[in-house]
Ligand binder design. Structure first.
Ligand SMILES: Cc1cc2nc3c(=O)[nH]c(=O)nc-3n(C[C@H](O)[C@H](O)[C@H](O)COP(=O)(O)OP(=O)(O)OC[C@H]3O[C@@H](n4cnc5c(N)ncnc54)[C@H](O)[C@@H]3O)c2cc1C
Length: 330
């Protein structure tokens, strides 16, 4: 095994994604500690143009798997590719972002390599020459440190790791892939885009989340949700939701924050009309600053909030929008 770190850099809209570049930054720092190189892996139908640029984000080398088999997302295709590349470079650690795609193909890639996977990690370190990952467990109540007997395979929580400003010149190496589209058993027939231009909660730096306290947007809660959207637009935030809201069909599942939704780590999380159930906290308690708006001063959300506002969302959300708009004017 070498001391090199292999980082799969995910794409978004055909370009390296923010979460992918954060994983690359984390991989670069780990490789430095291990005394190895950072090898970035790009896969897509047309990705070569982005390869050399990854040196600026910490890659010493960039391996490029270009072909029709990577045009659409394929969990099997990526699992085969990443496992083969990890073996080829003898990686000491194999990393990818814990995005929906990373959560899907990385366990399969690790299994192909005969390894386990540390999922959704929030820190990486080196102990006695071996890579160690830290990951929250029991809905964030405890942290475990994971060390593998061989290579460490891990997915990294988005927005926790900083990108690297490395200014390296990366060597670009084409990868020869021994399977084509016809060899893959999973076929993506259609990708249905969400609302255009909508910020994804998993990558947003600011999130404004709504809970059952906002009430039904098709009924008496209509104004509350419009107010929430307005607040989000004013401060450049993504709109998130509790599971109660998603289960009621008020917001799409992609907006759900929590144990069975997305794990988020924004700079600012504003929870409106959300009680703060343990399963919701599991997805957002890593936020840098938490603001809670709830009419019940005993709501559990106030236990994790840095700032709490006891009041009705009907009054507080529009008042916050006005105050933010005023403050942002200057
Ligand atoms: C296995 C499992 C997984 C789960 N996964 C998730 C998950 O991923 N994400 C998640 O969120 N939940 C999850 N849940 C559900 C979770 O337990 C809670 O039921 C859910 O988070 C409650 O959502 P809520 O806070 O919006 O609603 P409620 O608990 O009903 O809280 C509404 C809050 O709004 C306040 N309120 C009401 N009216 C107003 C008003 N006018 N102004 C201000 N405040 C008001 C109330 O005081 C209350 O605190 C999961 C549960 C289980 C069992």
């Amino acid at each position: 095994m070498s001391n090199h770190v292999l980082v799969f850099v995910e794409l978004a809209d055909g370009k390296p994604s923010k979460a992918g570049l954060q994983a690359l930054g984390a991989g670069c720092r780990l490789a430095r500690q291990l005394g190895g190189e950072t090898v970035a892996l790009l896969a897509g139908a047309d990705v070569t143009a982005h390869a050399a640029g990854l040196g600026a984000f910490g890659a010493n080398r960039v391996r490029v798997a270009q072909g029709e088999q990577f045009k659409a997302y394929s969990q099997e295709g990526l699992a085969r590719l990443v496992a083969a590349q990890a073996a080829e470079i003898g990686a000491a650690a194999v990393l990818a972002a814990a995005t929906p795609a990373g959560k899907d193909f990385m366990p399969r890639a690790a299994a192909r390599a005969g390894c386990g996977l540390a999922a959704d990690c929030t820190a990486l370190a080196v102990n006695a020459g071996k890579a160690v990952a830290t990951r929250p467990v029991y809905a964030g109540k405890a942290l475990v440190q994971v060390q593998a007997p061989g290579a460490l395979w891990a997915t990294l929580r988005p927005n926790v790791f900083a990108t690297e400003n490395a200014g390296l010149t990366a060597g670009v190496e084409p990868v020869s892939v021994n399977f084509g589209v016809g060899d893959l058993r999973d076929v993506v027939r259609e990708i249905v885009a969400g609302a255009r231009g909508k910020l994804d909660v998993a990558e947003a730096e600011i999130i404004v989340s709504g809970g059952r306290g906002l009430k039904d947007p098709a009924g008496e809660g209509k104004q509350n949700w419009e107010n929430l959207e307005k607040l989000a637009a004013t401060i450049g935030a993504a709109v998130g939701a509790s599971r109660a809201v998603v289960d009621a069909g008020w917001r799409p599942h992609g907006d759900q924050v929590g144990q069975t939704g997305k794990t988020v780590s924004p700079k600012l999380y504003i929870a409106c009309g959300i009680s703060g159930a343990i399963q919701h906290l599991a997805g957002m308690s890593g936020s840098k600053v938490i603001v809670a708006v709830n009419k019940d001063e005993t709501a559990p959300i106030f236990k994790v909030a840095d700032y709490g506002i006891v009041g009705n969302v009907e009054d507080v959300v529009p008042a916050l929008t006005v105050a933010f708009a005023e403050a942002l004017k200057g």
